[in-house]
Write a protein that binds this ligand. Structure first.
Ligand SMILES: [Zn+2]
Length: 167
């Protein structure tokens, strides 16, 4: 199955991550983002991905992030073996997976379904790449003045601990 740029269920995402993904680069960080538009329902699935792709190309960049979640759906925007091109430290990009979620900045959490899916994806990535909370980074940690994502690491860890996700 081709997993790229289509809405995946949790089961499909797990199958991709644990059975079908063949890792070809070192991954030791997850960088967390929110999509930045102050607008409801910013993420429109494939249309948004095509639009963002063009936007990054115009800036002479490659696609910024790997994954995006909205409601129950998980979108793989870019192969995890490719380097992300999120703004910030280039060295961080070399080893990172970049995760976005559809959200309205200033609302925390985004919406309950999306937030739960976001937590699920983080927890699966941590299992797959044997990462611990020290490997989780918020975009704003290395991009001063940024508000992305709009939560603290403390809040995130508390939320992650409250969820039980079986592989
Ligand atoms: Zn960001």
């Amino acid at each position: 199955m081709d997993y790229l740029r289509k809405p995946l269920s949790r089961e499909q995402f797990k199958k991709y991550l644990f059975d079908d993904f063949k890792q070809r680069r070192e991954i030791d960080k997850i960088v967390l983002h929110y999509l930045w538009k102050r607008k409801e329902n910013y993420f429109w699935g494939i249309k948004s991905l095509i639009g963002l792709d063009e936007y990054y190309k115009k800036q002479d960049r490659t696609f910024a992030f790997h994954l995006c979640v909205k409601d129950d759906d998980i979108w793989i925007a870019k192969d995890l073996n490719e380097r992300p091109d999120q703004s910030g430290d280039a060295k961080i990009n070399d080893w990172a997976i970049a995760l976005e979620c559809d959200a309205v900045i200033g609302h925390r959490p985004p919406n309950k379904k999306t937030w739960k899916t976001y937590l699920f994806v983080i927890s699966m990535l941590m299992k797959r790449f044997t990462l611990n909370p020290n490997h989780l980074f918020l975009h704003k940690e290395f991009h001063e003045g940024d508000t992305c994502p709009d939560f603290t690491k403390e809040f995130l860890l508390k939320e992650l601990n409250g969820e039980k996700h079986e592989k």
